[in-house]
Each structure stands twice: as structure tokens, then as C-alpha cells.
Design a protein around this ligand. Structure first.
Ligand code: GRF
Length: 213
């Protein structure tokens, strides 16, 4: 049984999608703890509804990023997780923290990386006039929103998409993409070859690209 710690900052809809898939599909895994960096994170209540333990490591209680990350790492390590899942965790992580969880920390980013790392991805995608947009699950590397790509979900941008509509269409895709990628990790089917991720023994219909058209 694999143990997962999920880090959130906000509503936690991706965390909920993962918890639901884990339950429905009876993964050999459990969410040992959901940790938020702020007490007001709405996802904490959702986590409790799924029976997950919750903790808060409030970033405002620390003077430096290093002190915050030390406390966060201690909270995570108490659960000895096989996997750390960043699900809308809105902090830039230092090298030491990233290295501690090398090859066992996943993130979801709402763009087709390497395009549009950082914030306001949907607005920037519309401004750039892209025809295709989406989301990426990747192993966390040292650079912000970078690291070996596990899977991507893409959709065609519609003429009537505004920032809000595009965000909600991408989010619906994220809720399919992230559970799929976490499940592959839990099943031990993600292989790192250099900087590239390979999905071992793909089953019929399984693909690293979800395409919503
Ligand atoms: C998602 O769009 C995710 O891609 C980004 O932050 C948002 C988190 O949403 N990193 P939620 O908290 O999972 O609902």
C-alpha cells in the first residue's frame, strides 16, 4: 500500500478528484495526510470528508522560506510518503526541498508546458492566440513549473473562450488527468529515462495525452 501526502493552498478540487478516483478504483494507496500552507484553504474540509488527516503549516508563521520548508518537510516526513502530490500548492519551492523529494513529487500546471510557466496561464494563452491549450502533470524539477512531463491534457481553444471559461474547461480536464497520472505512479509504471518519462506496459486505450478536442 503506497502512502501519499497532498499539499494544497486553496479549494482542493484536484485533491478531491484524486481521493475520489483512489476510492472508486480501489488503488493500493492511501492519502496519509493533506497539508495546507494556510488555515483558510477550503480543500481541508473536503479532505476530511474523504477521511484523510489534515494539517496546516502556515507560511505566515515563518520568517524565511527555509524555515517554512523545514517545518513543511518535517510534517510531510512524519507520514513517510512514497509520493508527494502538489495540487494547487501556491508556493515556490527551494532547491533543497525539491531535492529531498526528487522523483517522488508531482505537480499539475494549467498549461501545456513548457509554454506558460507561472501564473495567469489562461489569460496569457488567450493573449498569445494559441489554438491549443491544456494542463500538464510533471515531476517537480528545480525550475518553476518544470521537470519531466508525465502526461498532458489538451483542448482546442474556442472563439468564445474567455479566461474564466477556458479555466473551467481546463480544470475539468485536470480532474481526469491528475488521478490518471497519480495512479500510474502508485502502480510503479512511470519510468524515468534521462529527462523523459515513459509509461510502462500501457494498457489498451491508455495514453499520456488526453485530448478533449
Ligand atoms: C489548478 O488549476 C492547478 O492546475 C493549479 O492550481 C489550480 C488548483 O485548483 N496548479 P484546485 O485547488 O485543485 O481546485
Amino acid at each position: 500500500m503506497k502512502s501519499i501526502v497532498v499539499l494544497i493552498s486553496g479549494r482542493g478540487s484536484n485533491m478531491t478528484a484524486i481521493a475520489q478516483a483512489l476510492r472508486d478504483e480501489r488503488w493500493s494507496a492511501r492519502i496519509a495526510c493533506v497539508i495546507a500552507d494556510r488555515p483558510a484553504a477550503a480543500g481541508l474540509d473536503r479532505a476530511s470528508e474523504y477521511g484523510a488527516a489534515t494539517e496546516v503549516v502556515d507560511f505566515r508563521a515563518f520568517d524565511t522560506r527555509a524555515a517554512f520548508e523545514d517545518a513543511l518537510a518535517s510534517a510531510i516526513d512524519r507520514h513517510a510518503p512514497d509520493l508527494v502530490v502538489l495540487a494547487g500548492f501556491m508556493r515556490i519551492l527551494g532547491d533543497g526541498f525539491v531535492e529531498r523529494y526528487t522523483d517522488r513529487m508531482l505537480n499539475i500546471h494549467p498549461s501545456l508546458l513548457p509554454a506558460f510557466p507561472g501564473l495567469h496561464t489562461h489569460r496569457r494563452a488567450l493573449e498569445a492566440g494559441v489554438a491549443v491549450h491544456g494542463a500538464t502533470v510533471h515531476l517537480v524539477g528545480r525550475e518553476l513549473d518544470m521537470g519531466p512531463i508525465v502526461a498532458q491534457a489538451a483542448l482546442a481553444v474556442r472563439p468564445d473562450d474567455d479566461e474564466e471559461r477556458l479555466a473551467s474547461r481546463v480544470l475539468a480536464l485536470e480532474h481526469r488527468l491528475y488521478p490518471m497520472a497519480v495512479r500510474w505512479f502508485v502502480e510503479g509504471r512511470l519510468l524515468l529515462e534521462g529527462e523523459r518519462v515513459v509509461l510502462r506496459e500501457p494498457r489498451p486505450g491508455e495514453t499520456r495525452c488526453l485530448w478533449a478536442g
